[in-house]
Design a protein around this ligand. Structure first.
Ligand SMILES: Cn1cc(C(=O)NCCCNC(=O)c2ccc(F)cc2)ccc1=O
Length: 117
């Protein structure tokens, strides 16, 4: 369901809200560099420079396979996407700029969610 479940004690299902927020990240106009794993065969240097690749489709798989025990693990992987991007791309490159925009968007929505938990 799109709406986060509100349990009887008023708590929300953190991981349900992470799944919903992931949908917002994936549909953001600047998400295109992050939708799929970076192709380690066609992007020179990426495999050596970025030790822990991460992308939105991998995060989706991890949610579906219940590999996050709380919102914390989800937040750490989303931040890994943007930290990898900063490490590999110039700030003023197309992909570097997209990474900064997406991180600002995520940080705002994450802060809003934390206020509700
Ligand atoms: C995060 N990162 C990504 C790349 C990269 O080259 N990524 C491939 C982008 C190509 N993907 C598209 O252009 C696209 C994808 C979906 C869509 F709906 C429309 C266009 C390189 C370095 C790096 O640090």
């Amino acid at each position: 369901s799109k709406k986060a479940k509100i349990w009887r004690n008023g708590s929300t299902n953190e991981l349900e809200e992470c799944h919903q927020l992931l949908g917002e990240l994936e549909t953001h106009q600047d998400a295109w560099p992050f939708l799929q794993p970076v192709n380690l065969k066609t992007v020179p240097g990426y495999k050596k420079i970025v030790k822990k690749p991460m992308d939105f489709s991998t995060i989706r798989e991890k949610i579906i396979n219940k590999q996050y025990s709380s919102g914390e693990g989800f937040k750490d992987d989303v931040n890994l996407v943007f930290d990898n991007c900063e490490r590999f791309n110039e700030d003023n490159s197309e992909i570097g700029k997209a990474g900064h925009i997406m991180r600002t968007f995520f940080d705002k929505r994450w802060t809003e969610l934390l206020k509700r938990w």
